[in-house]
Design a protein. Sequence first.
Length: 262
Amino acid sequence: MSFALFLLTLLVVTGLVWLLDRFVLGKRRGADAKQPWWIEYSVSFFPVILIVFVLRSFLVEPFKIPSGSMIPTLLIGDFILVNKFAYGIRLPVINLKIVDLGSPQRGDVMVFRFPPDPSLDYIKRVVGLPGDRIEYRDKQLTVNGRPVPRRQLDDYESRERLQYFPRYVETFDGADHEIILEKESPGFVSRGADFRHSGNCDYNSGGLACTVPAGHYFMMGDNRDNSSDSRVWGFVPDQNIVGKAFFIWLNLNELGRFGTFR
């Protein structure tokens, strides 16, 4: 059972007990009679669960970064907040959009349900919108026939691997973000198992080229040579979107990272 479903179940159960006590059982008890423990706990926890459910389902949700695929933007151990309404209001659990407030843009860092296993949440950067032609050849990203501008910075020092890696600033529609590459890693991409709309992609020794189908997005990690993303497992459908990541609120290993992500 997912946490969202578990929270919804708690909300329904405690809410029903609260209603039952308020309109039926409470009137039958004497003024000085004590509430049974199961009613007392349900009535006490119901408003707390309701607030958490509304905040988590429609406003912001916390996530922890488990891998290094988004280095240097996000590090392992970063606790982040995700805007749940940036791309529209969705019903909890079934993730059905009921109010359209916007759509992902190139360069957004987005949390989504992993297409091969929707019980898992992934986080990557949006590089391709519906209808875009995405090419990644010899480690150069091209969108609709135009190479994405990038300039090299000082090397990135990986504390986990005790190595330095080439670091670049990449620009999408005027917004900058950093990526890292590995000189020793090959430029081609190993194709995974067939995925939905896999016929939209062509793979060769230099890399790949994909046309993003309608209602889908092409995602990549900023740690380009250490990221399992759309190059491997395919496109992210709109119904899998969770929200837009926008804020680091904690990293126990690096307290100075608070608020460094936008």
